[in-house]
Write a protein that binds this ligand. Structure first.
Ligand code: 4AD
Ligand code: MG
Length: 479
């Protein structure tokens, strides 16, 4: 068997008694023809390999370059040097793959910028920053399943290809096998999708919610966790064209139950990372401090990363209505000094500058905003008594803005059909969705958590392109 290795993370906490071990990994540094810092991605900490002077031949020494891969057999011994408890005294060093130091693009010594690393996203996992980010991302994904599993929710895999627009916002990527040059046409010149692969026009899903609702009206509580796609042309540090979303959907829930679940869920994710990724979070906290040194004092975070996460865990999220939020904005010094670029008045969709004012300047903690005007929200949200607002809720997080969007759903068939008609959403094509309201309709609610925005929040990173392995954004689908 080839792989009898021990992971470096485990070796570093093993008691060294001279026992034989096998390690494999990629070279980070090589000093004095003798000391190799080896990393295998299980932790940011390297294991030090010590080769006795003269034990390595010239040819091997030449091949021990940054990012070359190797297998080392040796004895695990207490380290004589500073900085590590144990090290491996090599008895055999085998190069598995060479890495030409003249060509290898990632030279760690001169601290590559995040922008540069995006251009070599295939190699950036080999840096400490991305090692930490992606181990935290993994943990958060695991914690998502753990949270819902413990509560008895059923995990639904909703389709990636759909014929409907779940958000009704028209920001979809079309899926077709028709030839772009000579697609079959109808008499009026439009493309005849009856000839297309699915016999109709289809697109990549923007949300699994509608299918989630179908399942929730049988299992009571379900969640989805999958990729979603939006063709919105937003080239910001918060938007991706392909992102991962977690969408729980619960029967017998009202808006308040929904908010309670969302808050508990976010706290669970944070707590899980704090308990399981302490080392990586401390590294990221330090990274943030370094990064913010370039900023003027008043632009730096008031709290360190760990402190911020603890603060969020230990405090309730503030809950306000949209109407209250608009009033706060109108009363704010920022508004009076005309600091906002976009208009503030009842009825407008809050822009990121407004959301960030509320969470970062006014409340200084996560805020749940409820009961938005129905005109700026999706067709499926439940209409409130006032006839003007819907039972929506968005969670806004410091440094991020909107992290969760959700609502109680309109379970009343007549109201739902009327709203769909007003918005020109084809009720005949959505017969299956409306059937849930025909056969045993129930009050129900759900929300969507943008997974990458959650990873941003927990890692303290500021650009969403740095928390997904291979970001898809306008004009960019490399790798
Ligand atoms: O607010 P949104 O559009 O809500 C929905 O899709 C609902 N169907 C959710 C539900 O009720 N089941 O999106 C939900 C979340 C946002 O709050 C945001 O965190 C994230 O998804 N999100 C994006 N993340 C990255 N890039 C984008 N382009 C995003 N659009 C939304
Ligand atoms: Mg939203």
């Amino acid at each position: 068997m080839f792989n009898k290795r021990t992971k470096i993370k485990d070796l570093l906490t093993t008691e060294a008694t001279g026992q034989e071990v096998i390690v494999m990994g990629w070279v980070r540094t090589f000093r004095n023809n003798q000391f190799i810092a080896l990393n295998d991605g299980s932790t940011n900490n390297n294991i030090q390999i010590v080769a006795e002077l003269g034990s390595l031949d010239e040819a091997t020494i030449k091949r021990i370059t940054t990012s070359a891969s190797m297998k080392v057999t040796g004895q695990l011994i207490p380290s004589q040097g500073k900085g590590q408890k144990v090290e491996v005294k090599a008895t055999a060093v085998e190069i598995l793959g060479d890495s030409d130091p003249e060509k290898y693009p990632l030279q760690l010594r001169n601290r590559p910028s995040l922008e540069f690393l995006r251009e070599i996203a295939h190699l950036r996992f080999r840096t400490n920053t991305f090692g930490a980010i992606f181990r935290v991302r993994h943990s958060l994904a695991f914690a998502v399943h753990q949270f819902f599993h413990q509560k008895g929710f059923v995990y639904m895999h909703t389709p990636i290809i759909t014929a409907s627009d779940a958000e009704g916002a028209g920001e979809m990527f079309r899926v077709t096998t028709l030839p772009p040059e000579n697609a079959p046409k109808n008499d009026d010149g439009t493309i005849n999708y009856k000839e297309d692969f699915f016999g109709r026009s289809t697109n990549l899903t923007v949300s699994g919610q509608l299918e989630g609702e179908l399942a929730a009206t049988a299992f009571s509580e379900i969640y989805t966790f999958g990729p979603t796609f939006r063709a919105e042309n937003s080239n910001t540090a918060r938007h991706l064209a392909e992102f991962w979303m977690i969408e729980p959907e619960m029967a017998f829930y009202d808006l308040e139950d929904n908010m309670n679940l969302a808050e508990e869920f976010i706290k669970h994710l944070i707590r899980f990372a704090m308990e399981n990724n302490r080392e990586d979070l401390e590294f990221l906290a330090q990274r943030l401090v370094e990064e913010e040194k370039q900023l003027p004092q008043d632009k730096r975070s008031e709290m360190g990363l760990i402190e911020k996460l603890e603060f969020v865990l230990n405090n309730d999220f503030t809950r306000i209505t949209y109407t209250e939020a608009i009033d706060i904005l109108l009363q704010s010094p920022a508004y009076k000094k005309k600091k906002f670029q976009y208009e503030v008045k009842w009825g407008v969709d809050m822009q990121s500058e407004h959301e960030r004012y509320l969470v970062e300047k006014h409340f200084k903690k996560p805020v749940i905003v409820t009961n938005y005007p129905k005109e700026i929200k999706s067709f499926y949200m439940r209409e409130n008594e006032d006839g003007k607002t819907v039972a929506a809720m968005d969670i806004l997080a410091p440094g991020i803005g909107e992290i969760v969007g959700g609502s109680q759903r309109e379970e009343r068939l007549d109201k739902l059909t009327k709203r769909m008609e007003e918005l020109h959403i084809p009720t005949e094509e959505m017969w299956w969705f409306l059937d849930t309201r025909r056969y045993g309709t129930v009050p129900h609610a759900g929300f969507g958590l943008g997974f990458e925005r959650m990873v941003l929040f927990v890692t303290g990173m500021t650009n969403i392109r740095d928390v997904i392995a291979f970001p898809r954004t306008p004009k960019n689908a490399e790798f």
